[in-house]
Design a protein around this ligand. Sequence first.
Ligand SMILES: [Zn+2]
Length: 205
Amino acid sequence: MSGLPGTSPPWPTARSAWECQAFLTLTPCPGCAGPGLRPREIATLTGDAGKRWEYHAICARCGRSETFTFALAAEPAPAYPEFGGATPSQLLDAGQFLVLAEVVADTVAADPYEIDLPGPDAVGTIAQELARARDDIGVAVAAAAECLKFVPAGATAVPRSALWSPAGLARFDADPEAFERRHLLSTLGAFREVQWEYSRVGGEA
Ligand SMILES: [Zn+2]
C-alpha cells in the first residue's frame, strides 16, 4: 500500500477490526499531521467488489473527518490482540509494528512484582494495573510477530522496500539491524518472556 486508503478501489485488505483500529491510531491526520484518528462510524458494505468496511474517522486535534475503506480478508479475524493471519499487513508496515511493539512494551514493568501500590485507598488498583500490563505486553508480542511476517521466505531481514510509511521508514533507517530476522526473533522472545512472567502472577487478565 502506498498513501492512504481512500474510498475507491483498490482497497487494502484488513485482516481484523483491531488492525483497522491500530491503523487509525498510528496514521497521522492528513490535515494537521497530528496523531489519533478516531473511528466515529463503521459501515459494512457489500457489492460486486466484495465485502468491505468503511471507517468514518475524526481527528482528535483538528476535527477533520476522513473516510477509509478496507476490503475484508477472506480468512476469519483472529482473536485480539492478534492483528491477522500469516499474510503481512497491508495497513501497517514492519516499522510501524516494531515501533508499536517497542512503545507499548516500554510501558510494561519487566517484573510484575515491580508494579507499585499507589496508596492504601487504591483498592483493586494492582489487579487493574496487572490486567493493563498483561494486555499491553500481549499487544507488544502480537505487533513484534507482525514484523516477522514481512521477512520474505528464505531471507534474513525485512527489506527496506517492504516499508511504506514515513514512521516505519524512519525506524528502519535509524537501525536497519533491528529488522534482521534474528533481531526480530530476539525482540519477540524478550517480550514473550515478560508475558510469561505476567502469566505466572495470580489472577486472570
Ligand atoms: Zn487533524
